[in-house]
Write a protein that binds this ligand. Sequence first.
Ligand SMILES: *[C@@H]1O[C@H](CO)[C@@H](O)[C@H](O)[C@H]1NC(C)=O
Ligand SMILES: *[C@@H]1O[C@H](CO)[C@@H](O)[C@H](O)[C@H]1NC(C)=O
Ligand SMILES: *[C@@H]1O[C@H](CO)[C@@H](O)[C@H](O)[C@H]1NC(C)=O
Length: 965
Amino acid sequence: FCFASAEHPYNHLTDTLDNGRIKFFNPQKLNDPRYDKLPLSIRVLLEAAIRKCDGLYTKKEDIQSILDWQEQQNKAEVPFSPARVLLQDFTGIPAMVDLAAMRDAVAKHGVDPSLVNPRCPTDLIVDHSLQIDYSKCAIQNAPNPGGGDIPNQSQGSSRSTPSRPLSRGGSQCGSQRGSCSKPACSEPSASTGQPSVSVQQIENTPLLCPFHLKPVFETETALKNQEMELIRNKERLQFFKWCSKAFKNVNVVPPDFGAVHQVNLEYLSRVVQLNEGFIYPDSVVGTDSHTTMVNGLGILGWGVGGIESEAVMLGQPVSLTLPQVVGCKLVGSINPLSTSIDIVLGITKHLRQAGIAGKFVEFFGPGVSQLSAADRTTIANMCPEYNATVSFFPVDQVTLKHFKTISESEKLELLESYMKAIKLFQSYEDPSEDPHYSEVIEINLSSMVSYVSGPKRPQDRVAVSSMKEDFQSCLDEKVGFKGFHISKEKQETRVPFLHCGQEYKLAHGSVVIAAVISCTNNCNPSVMLTAGLLAKKAVEAGLVVKPYIRTSLAPGSGMVTHYLNTSGVLPYFSQLGFEVIGYGCATCVGNTAPLPEAVVDAIKQGELVACGVLSGNRHFEGRLCECVRANYLASPPLVVAYAIAGTVGIDFEKEPLGVTAVGKEVYLHDIWPSREEIQQIEEDTVISSVFKDLGERMEKGNTFWNNIECPDSVLFPWDQKSTYIRSPSFFSKLVKVPPPQSIENAHALLFLGDKVTTDHISPAGSIARVSAAAKYLLSKRLTPREFNSYGARRGNDAVMTRGTFASIKLQNRFIGKPGPKTLHIPSGQTLDVFEAAERYQREGINLIILAGKDYGSGNSRDWVAKGPYLLGVRAVIAESFEKLHKNQLVGMGIMPLEFLPGQNADSLELSGKERFTITLPDTLKGKIITSQGKSFVVTALFDTELDVNFFRHGGLLRYVARTLL
Ligand SMILES: *[C@@H]1O[C@H](CO)[C@@H](O)[C@H](O)[C@H]1NC(C)=O
Ligand SMILES: *[C@@H]1O[C@H](CO)[C@@H](O)[C@H](O)[C@H]1NC(C)=O
Ligand SMILES: *[C@@H]1O[C@H](CO)[C@@H](O)[C@H](O)[C@H]1NC(C)=O
């Protein structure tokens, strides 16, 4: 860091706080009226550009472009230097391995290797290595096989949470609620661990739970998993531990502290960074698509690929097209019966319909202050759902309040005065201070009402306010998803029965199962707390749940029980009969304890449409229990409400929920907790205990991690036998001055068509038993069972280079059919791509690739450019490139060359078998001459002098190493 040295071009903008002790760059000192109109997210970009302005990576023109955002949006390319980088272990390995290798390389030249460190503070979170070896019931997601760098699909928190043994239905028999002599419900085929995805899940990606820790390990299953994880990954963990000791600017979060986004949210995010007496806004890029979650706390950041994050670590900014910013104006007040989840899903739906792919979303307007920090992070986490780059909630009083639990007040005061000084603090009071956005979407929060779904399918949503009518119409309608066809006179049936010596009556719509389940959408602490507070108020008002109703409470993890207990609501749950039945899938998969026999008989006798209500995420007719025909999914507090009412045929507005022993009518709105109450209790119990718990665990570390042996050396002692971690050969033959980089008489390694994706270039997933990588691993005496995936082996360049273009779907025009093969042109032999490349390299022949349109589309993978580089590819000539991939090629020193418009390999009548000589004059119009004497012009896609430099040096890695030499 070299802030505000006298040479800094924006030295005149520095300002001070805290009696001169803290310095910062104040963009307001630009005295540019445009600043006050910029969206706050753009102001963050501007501040970073000013602070990082070095005339090389970030230039004064860039600051002008950002200031001119009104005009330049969607046009100018600007740099962004985030305050920190967030890595997961899978994506972190290649980056850290490269840095370790760079230490070796500079040491060979007599330079102090300890100078090699990430230039940008980096947090590496070891959360991806836990595989579920022992599990009885996988809630929804299979473990990530270590595929793409950016998982596209949102991963439920259960990914890293081993499921626990399930308390099977029968074990609940004989509890004081309900008596059951013999099972009346059919035994379900539960606990097979078949994760079936419900329609609701497809429609609404399951929400990740903010502030929701992994449970403390306590079961045998969990301990076994943990042990296996540690044994299997010992080598990697040792390497990470070495990194944490050897590198400055690297912070490793050991395994078993939580998933990356949670640790980021709960532990690493601090709104502002203080460094060498300088204060600036926190911002981050991370190798996880849920990095956006921290946008909810006023921290700008998004997910990038492994190779982009490595570039940021090496000091290069992320390059982005100055984004359009959609202002999402929240107005109106939240409907009292709506839970946080109703709001989050409602807002997400609006945004999805708005078509805002690739844009920034920024929230403003008076409604924003009604959303808690947890609500905001949940909305921001849904970003990949509506394809926005970020969902930014500027810092305001709510953000400050959230941090009160973990920060000293002095720091908060500093934070507040700093954010106010640079106008990054929202007050919502004066609409004339609202920024100018590219477009504004207005969302009225009053329109977000609560829904339940059913009676047979999750996609049949019913507004709670029309539930009574809807159920009535289901009774009338002919048999179908929304019909039971009960004749008018039979609708009046009431069946009396005795339970525990007392008479009750069942009717159509009577609730007989009520299950509060905390999973997927309902794992958000605020909804569980709403349910708990409602239970408390119900008990205090003198309401009861009829004892024949099979009630249960299935917290998603021990952590849920913990906060329900700490907040004092757990006893009220149990007074209403909602007892903790265990952890794991229970009611959803039909594991409810059998219903009392008298209830079953009454249902049968009256042919009643009895109901189950649950806060799970899937259900089907008869799934809960054969005799319960109507099943509704509802939020946890509504499950409690319907249980108290004893029927789904109720209009909460007009009818009382229940009548107390003294004859007093109690309405739902009488006992529904206010949002303020819920938010307060969430901040006080959930968030503070989560922070405390995580902090303590961080301090302590875990025994296994603490016991891992690792050397104190400056250079990493590579283990020659390791097949996971190997010193990559990017720095081979590194000399101080780069040799001239000309491409003469190159052969085409591959002749490809349109739409070659990153999946073709660097396939993820398992390693084929017959492949170049397999041969290598067999030579290392591994058995195919031990191959593991390419994702898991990305710390081994030998495997990854062999895996480059090893896709069975690769369409190479040299070869008639799809497959990972190519022609070694001089010999005419057909070989694996790697073997052909190796042979060319031995023969000293440079390589190029010929391709069609959209080369390199798809997810970012960290080996898509490194792999071809190590195969000896020096240039790719294509009709067009995916921009991200073009940048990756530039970063690895591979020339992206574009055919002139209208031209391609066919129009130029190239056979691909000729040899290619490429000259690159200053104009960046490259000229290519083939061995057949044909010549044609292509455009070199270098944007800056720096790009050209990367090519001359053989990529960013070698460039950075040379700056040290
Ligand atoms: C939001 O909607 C409610 C109910 O439809 C309406 O009463 C209110 O005026 C609306 N608020 C705004 C600011 O449009
Ligand atoms: C988001 O992007 C993906 C892939 O680019 C696309 O398939 C999807 O339709 C987009 N969704 C929205 C809501 O724009
Ligand atoms: C709830 O908390 C109390 C006191 O803090 C403790 O004794 C009890 O075991 C806890 N119960 C559960 C179920 O965690």
